[in-house]
Design a protein around this ligand. Sequence first.
Ligand SMILES: [Zn+2]
Length: 332
Amino acid sequence: MTNIEIPVRAPAATSADDTIQPFEVAALDLRGRVVRLGPAVDEILARHDYPAPVAKIVGEAVVLTILFGSALKFEGRFILQTQTDGPVSMLVVDFTTPDRVRACARFDAARVAEATAGGDDGAGALIGRGHLAMTIDQGPTTSRYQGLVALEGGGLEEAAHEYFRRSEQIPTRVRLAVAEEFRSGADGVRHRWRAGGILLQFLPHAAERMRGPDLDPGDAPEGMEPAVVPEDDAWVEGRSLIETVEDIELIDPAVSTERLLYRLFHERGVRVFRSVAVRAQCSCSRDGVASMLKSFSRDDRADMVEDGAISVTCEFCSANYRFAPSDIEDDS
Ligand SMILES: [Zn+2]
């Protein structure tokens, strides 16, 4: 895991933390979003007290989910979920429009410690192999849309690229960064998580310009060489610029989103749109947990009673709800 040293600085008058900043580079037909997270990601990760390499992956998944979920043009939820054979066997991040995010992970602490000790604690190694599912949920009256992509030992950035290449066929690049900031003060050393990311997409008016060597030859007859279509120059320029983005530029609050975008695209002209705030907030509630418990049979509920009460802890936010068995009698 790379540790990034974040310079100590005076607090800025206006913080860009916990924001989503959409932008456009019209001259290159590029559109994208930058996400910067301070307190929101720290709140999510601090609640769980995950080992640092696990927290870092959850942070990346949070950024990726916000980058995707904030594109929804309607009210709904965007859910990112992994299921894999690695030490971090499951990640779930849930973005509810317009601005709420929550996240949790399941992991095997012994296997994480083993991987970390062996120096193999990158996201790809910890996640392992399996799949990444992205679900859009517009509420109970509409059907869910789900996209699946294989995870094959690469990290989440790689999976995101694969998803867009296969499912959406929109040339897309994503960069994700997460780091822990340490600051010593009178009360000892305090650490806080920060995270950031950028998503760039090539969306020309003429769809054939989106073609590139990446595109699957589809059902071409066997033995036929796929035609090599060169990538569009505008997209090559865009993705080359994104590859120069350093983690620190996505995380350091002293580098504003505008400054980053200006550095990347000033020669072409970049337009930023109104930024949107994002916050860490769980959607669990005592009523919600109670109705979930009511959906179990009386016998199953009886098995859940310990020390005279049923205790349920929310996996996302660690909130604990305790009920006396009599609180959850069937209404009927
Ligand atoms: Zn919760």
